[in-house]
Design a binder for this molecule. Structure first.
Ligand code: EPU
Length: 417
């Protein structure tokens, strides 16, 4: 079993370069199969979620080549086959094969997706969208059969602005007949990245990044190119590392607007932070003010940064209140932070972080991806050795996390024991 060991308390100085966004890449790769030609995607992060998608594409008959951060996918010999459960269950984003295969072949038989257990995570809105486009859905045990004689554009209102449902409906609608309008769509930058890619292949999508997306169906999608946007959650995680232990830590290859809800909170806390066009520089601060945070869809405070942020709030001078509105089970990092010396009280969807408290190294468990990121951050700050178990969760979403932190001064290793 792989573990991460951190000897905490080391100052972080130098440069961390941000990789391509996991949550964009995991949608772009399945989206590519709507093409009948060859597509190229640059800035693909080297994470295990992408390896899992790669396996699925190859299983379906695509020819995939990866060199550095470029992925070239030849879709000319693709077949619509049932993806084995073991492959579908490896990650959440396997659900994008529903929209993509339905859009291309009007039929898909697929197992329920996997992913971090951070709440119920229903996909009713994805299915509602497919039905509105004319598909019939049959639930057979732990898989769905989704089929349509013809996909026809429609107006679809999302009860919740879900990222996954917005993207999946776009994928199913690009080749549907007529106009599809998604109302109350999610506005995350990853959705813009996917829409731009589909348009590059020949789709006609407007309004991505706003709450109303319009998709005019086209008959065929051809060759295409795109570049994955920088990962705003990875960027945010390292910005928080800088707030904890930085002495002029530079975080480069970022789009500052994408992490503004975080950087504004850090400024409210009094952090010394300088933001430039595509990088920022951050240092720790001895007297951090507490803040209140409520997670929301973009451009609100990202739920994916809520757990990493908790590691920082532990050291603030007073009580911070953090409210999680997206997922019902995203506080699994809290008991471990408390074991390390934090004073955090969970009250339903809110946590009260009473600071300032000092952290000391302990053996802890990465219960999910962002809980794991939080514990890495806590370990960087803590006195002594922190050992994090079940780190596969972390490696699914952070490219070269060990090397990136080691290069800026952290005492961190990945051990297999
Ligand atoms: N929801 C429904 N019905 C649906 C879909 C969603 O009720 O059909 C609810 C969810 O239960 C949740 C809310 O809507 O309460 C938002 O969920 P959303 O669909 O937006 O999340 P997602 O698409 O499953 C993606 C990211 C998550 C990220 C969220 C929110 C991927 C693969 N996952 O999930 O990333 O937290 O958007 O930004 O893109 C992570 O990276 O750690 C992660 C969990």
């Amino acid at each position: 079993m792989k573990k991460i060991k951190i000897n905490g308390g080391k100052e972080l100085k130098g440069t961390i370069k941000i990789s391509g966004a996991k949550n964009s890449a995991v949608a772009l790769v399945p989206a590519s199969l709507l093409s009948d030609g060859i597509v190229t995607i640059d800035n693909i992060p080297n994470i295990s979620d992408i390896d899992a998608l790669n396996e699925i594409l190859e299983f379906l008959g695509a020819k995939v080549s990866r060199e550095n951060d470029r992925m070239i996918i030849d879709q000319t010999n693709l077949e619509n086959k049932e993806i084995p459960e073991s492959k579908a269950k490896k990650l959440r984003a396997s659900y994008y094969f529903m929209g993509a295969l339905l859009g291309k072949y009007k039929k898909v038989e697929i197992y329920f997706p996997g992913g971090c257990s951070i709440g119920a995570r229903p996909i009713n809105l994805h299915l509602k969208g497919f039905e509105a486009l004319g598909a019939k859905i049959i639930e057979k045990g732990n898989k769905y059969l989704i089929e349509a004689d013809e996909l026809k554009g429609n107006n679809i209102y999302l009860d919740v602005p879900s990222v996954g449902a917005t993207i999946n409906i776009m994928l199913a609608a690009v080749k549907a007949k007529g106009l599809t309008i998604i109302e109350n769509a999610a506005k995350e930058p990853e959705i813009v990245n996917v829409a731009t890619f589909l348009n590059n292949m020949g789709a006609k999508i407007t309004g991505a990044g706003t709450s109303e997306i319009r998709i005019k169906g086209v008959c065929k999608l051809g060759n295409g190119f795109t570049e994955v946007i920088p990962d705003r959650v990875e960027a945010g995680t390292y910005v928080i590392a800088g707030a904890l232990m930085g002495t002029g830590l530079k975080i480069e290859n970022i789009i500052p607007e994408h992490i503004e809800s975080l950087t504004l909170k850090l400024k409210e806390m009094g952090m010394p932070l300088k933001i430039y066009d595509d990088y920022l520089i951050i240092s720790k601060c001895d007297n951090m003010k507490p803040v209140n945070i409520k997670t929301q869809g973009y451009p609100g405070f990202a739920t994916d940064l809520q757990q990493p942020m908790t590691a920082l709030l532990v050291g603030a001078n007073g009580t911070s209140i953090l409210e999680e509105t997206i997922y019902e089970n995203r506080f699994q990092n809290v008991p471990f932070l408390n074991e390390m010396g934090a004073d955090i009280i969970i009250d339903g969807r809110k946590i009260y972080v009473n600071g300032p408290k000092k952290l000391s190294g302990k053996e802890v468990i990465a219960t999910d991806l962002r809980a794991g990121a939080c514990l890495v951050l806590a370990g960087l700050k803590a006195e002594g050795i922190t050992v994090i178990k079940e780190v596969e969760h972390i490696l699914r979403g952070y490219e070269n996390i060990i090397e990136k932190l080691k290069n800026v001064g952290a005492d961190i290793v990945l051990v297999d024991e």
